[in-house]
Design a protein around this ligand. Structure first.
Ligand code: SF4
Length: 452
């Protein structure tokens, strides 16, 4: 990969799990209007594509200092019961808005640490939701597991309920890096969790790895990647560490002088990527690598990838309901995010109300430009609509010229195609169609340094 281009395009650009991106959402949304749209879109989508469900389980036993997720740190497992009651109640609130039995095509449990919950409690939650639903024949159920506490009992129970995918937060295997990020996780635990999942029948294991963490060096990344390759996870997300101590306060707990410089960080990425590519992994874009036998690779090859808040997916539902504190729902034309504080979440659900706090109602223009961005991320090509040409000319075409000069795309007034080289810079290409960023380009840098 061309390192001059890596340096040039190493800018703070969103990951585009949503468009418009979160910094542009409204702090309050009309909940009655949201409920109406929820009902209409549910009816439209349920029997055609089925729906996606995301459940956020926020508890973790200890704080990883790099973490930017919405989580609650506690070692008190009594919190499980109260939380389960609330999330079950929230499901009932939404079930009342559904005039048909929901057909669940995609189910993802994220956190926090979902495996903080006992197998019995997780099973209780899943049974509660699934007993009043139809499971789509081609369902995809997945969960995020912590290598330190994902037990055989967890995995067996999840397998019996139809889960075939698990994603482990590995991050880095080096003991010194683990010490400074406060995530002590012996490689043997990663090996055990991976091998047990496979033995039980999970068909897709993902590892999340991070580059740019304090004390990482090319040699330590090399060891982590080589150990990862030994276990051959089917998918790998190799994320860039985002240092945002003003929002993620845990990041103040380590000395910033231990962070790699921008140049060193790029070298870590290039080293990791080189090793993955040498070992059969294919870069499918946006920090994701997959083995050719994995469904994600096949969907990418066939131009059938999709992307939502859960990352890349191979299913094509257009209706995502998020349950739990801070969860985000997406009906295609509305984003709605739940309360981020547990107290407010419990209180809203306790009053039998959706726990929605903020969100965004998309205009027709937003929906069209969202599709352009998703087509770049998932298919690597875009067809322009004639009616958007004036807007594209005003905000995007000059950037497309520069991207073409750098060999990242080829384009004309009918559309664009991402080149092989451009595949490494998908976020930058997407940003040419981010009208919020373009219209705020003078302070765009400030906005997005918070967004990634
Ligand atoms: S990285 Fe994961 S396990 Fe660590 S604090 Fe954040 S959510 Fe919890």
């Amino acid at each position: 990969m061309n390192s001059i281009l890596v340096r040039k395009y190493n800018q703070p650009v969103p990951r585009y799990t949503s468009y418009p991106t979160v910094p542009f959402w409204k702090d309050e949304i009309d909940v009655e209007a949201w409920k109406q749209i929820f009902k209409n879109k549910f009816e439209e989508q349920n029997h055609t594509n089925g729906i996606s469900l995301y459940m956020h389980l926020p508890f973790c036993e200890s704080l990883c200092t790099y973490c930017g997720c919405n989580k609650k740190i506690t070692t008190n497992h009594k919190v499980e019961d109260e939380y389960l009651l609330a999330i079950e109640k929230e499901w009932v609130i939404y079930r009342r808005l559904m005039k048909q039995t929901p057909v669940i095509r995609e189910l993802h449990i994220g956190g926090g640490t979902p495996t903080f919950f006992s197998p019995k409690n997780l099973q209780r939650l899943l049974n509660f939701v699934l007993k009043s639903s139809i499971i789509h024949p081609k369902h995809e159920f997945s969960i995020e597991g912590h290598p330190n506490n994902t037990s055989r009992e967890h995995l067996k129970m999840l397998y019996n309920l139809g889960f075939r995918r698990i994603s482990y937060g590995v991050q880095d295997n080096d003991p010194e890096v683990q010490r400074i990020i406060n995530r002590i996780q012996p490689f043997e635990n990663v090996r055990r969790a991976t091998e047990t999942a496979r033995e039980i029948g999970f068909t897709s294991v993902n590892f999340d790895l991070i580059y740019g963490l304090p004390l990482q060096t090319p040699a330590s990344i090399e060891r982590t990647i080589n150990q990862t390759i030994e276990l051959k996870p089917d998918r790998i997300a190799f994320y860039s560490y985002a240092h945002v101590p003003w929002t993620s306060k845990g990041q103040r707990l380590f000395d910033e002088t231990h962070l790699p410089s921008a140049e060193e960080k790029i070298a870590l990425y290039l080293k990791g990527k080189e090793l993955l590519l040498k070992n059969d992994y294919v870069d499918i874009g946006m920090d994701h690598f997959a083995l050719p036998q994995d469904d994600l690779y096949k969907a990418w090859k066939e131009g059938k990838l999709h992307r939502n808040f859960m990352g890349y997916t191979t299913t094509s539902t257009k209706f995502l309901l998020g349950l739990g504190v801070s969860s985000i729902s997406d009906t295609g034309n509305v984003f709605a995010q739940n309360e981020k504080s547990l107290r407010d979440y419990y209180s809203m659900v306790g009053e039998n109300k959706p726990a929605i706090k903020k969100g965004y109602f998309l205009s027709e223009e937003d929906e069209a430009f969202r599709k352009y961005i998703l087509d770049i991320i998932c298919k690597g090509e875009v067809v322009f609509s004639e009616k958007h040409l004036p807007l594209l000319e005003q905000y995007s075409f000059s950037i497309l010229d520069e991207l073409e000069e750098d060999g990242l795309i080829v384009w004309d007034k009918y559309g664009l195609n991402v080149t092989n080289q451009g595949h490494n810079f998908l976020r930058n290409i997407c940003s040419a169609f981010d009208l919020y960023l373009r219209r705020n380009s003078t302070d765009g840098k400030k906005i997005f340094s918070k967004a990634i």
